[in-house]
Design a protein around this ligand. Structure first.
Ligand SMILES: *Cc1c(COP(=O)(O)O)cnc(C)c1O
Length: 358
């Protein structure tokens, strides 16, 4: 067996223990910022794209009309939770505990409404520009018209999912008129599959877990030139879509009079599956707040793929299943055995965060 088996962190993971893992390679953000493969300008570009699409989204998804087509969630104080946590650890938790209610994001009801919808919009925009249907100066409400739907109906979008990514990709793609197929892993909830079918999405059910569903989707998409595969395991577009949350959060903190600086650090706890969503948000927050923000990724003890990839340095070259860890968890959206191919290895950036198993 390879030598990582004797590693004490890996041993704890195999024993399904809760651990706190601080990245030993963590360095100051300003020392690595300029070397990153993605920059602030990429995040701003994603943000601008979402702004261009906002009038269209407000038109086709009335639940977003109150925010003029910006898909956003509330940031709210949760003092009762703060007290309960203080009591449970017998410690006074200073500062204010806030919850970002991404579970209530419109259209898809999870954090995937950020990255997933963004990547579909990006793809639709590229196709429309490439086929001469769109000019940069156009009002994007023209996406809600027959010529656009006719174009998109000749194109396929394919994705593998444990449920939530499928919902966001499926709903957005179907609305634009794409021929969309979602490969659902065994842990995906029935109601999500039924909802997608009701919207005209092709749902393929798998008896295996997430990794297999993604692989099948990838294979299917490779058969056709007109098919576009949304690769949750290796997508910078998803990542940038998620990163925009940082700009939105910055605005909400200002509105609530919450200062983030050297004397008022911000600690953010992010649920982690493949690492794209928490990675993208961490990337964005670091661009905005530098080292005044500290990001912790939280993973289920039964699916600790990100900490395993980071600790061993093998990243997507290792899965929790290889260690006999079952990847069975009720934590919705986190039943993932192998981390993203690029979030962990994005050196310097990845050295910005810490992990906490639960
Ligand atoms: C997918 C998901 C996550 C984690 O995102 P990854 O990109 O897989 O790390 C967290 N919470 C929920 C509800 C999700 O659906």
């Amino acid at each position: 067996m390879t030598d990582y088996i004797s590693n004490s962190v890996v041993q704890s993971l195999i024993a399904l223990q809760e651990i706190t893992w601080f990245n030993p390679r963590k360095v100051r953000f300003d020392q690595v910022q300029s070397d990153l493969s993605l920059q602030m300008s990429d995040m701003l570009d994603a943000s601008d794209r979402l702004t261009r699409f906002a009038p269209y989204l407000a038109q086709v998804f009335p639940e977003t009309s109150a925010t003029n087509g910006i898909i956003e969630s509330e940031l709210k104080a949760i003092p009762a939770m703060q007290h309960a946590l203080s009591d449970s650890v017998n410690l006074d938790i200073s500062g204010r505990l806030l919850m970002k209610c991404d579970n209530q994001l419109p259209i898809a009801g999870s954090i995937k409404a950020r990255g997933g919808i963004y990547e579909v919009l990006l793809h639709a925009e590229r196709l429309a520009l490439g086929n001469g249907l769109l000019k940069n100066s156009d009002d994007y409400r023209i996406f809600d018209s027959e010529p656009f739907r006719a174009l998109f109906s000749k194109h396929q979008i394919v994705v593998g999912s444990t449920g939530n990514l499928g919902l966001s990709i499926g709903i957005m793609s179907a609305k634009l008129g794409f021929d969309v197929t979602v490969h659902m892993s065994s842990d995906a909830r029935e109601w999500k599959k039924a909802l997608l079918r009701s919207k005209g999405v092709n749902v393929v059910e798998h008896t295996a877990d997430y990794g297999v569903a993604v692989e099948q989707g990838r294979q299917e998409a490779m058969q056709k030139d007109t098919a576009y595969f949304i690769d949750d395991e290796d997508s910078t577009s998803l990542f940038l879509g998620y990163s925009v949350a940082a700009l939105r959060l910055q605005k909400q903190l200002v509105e609530q009079g919450i200062v983030v600086d050297k004397d008022h650090p911000l600690f953010v706890y992010l649920p982690c599956g493949v690492g794209g969503a928490p990675g993208g948000i961490t990337f964005g927050l670091k661009q905005v707040f530098g080292d005044h923000v500290h990001c912790f990724f939280a993973e289920p003890t039964h699916s600790p793929c990100m900490v395993l990839g980071m600790e061993t340095g093998l990243h997507n070259g290792i899965s929790v299943q290889e260690l006999g860890i079952d990847n069975q968890t009720c934590a919705d959206g986190l039943a993932v055995g192998r981390p993203s191919a690029f979030v962990g290895p994005m050196d310097g950036f990845a050295a910005q965060w810490c992990l906490y198993g639960f």
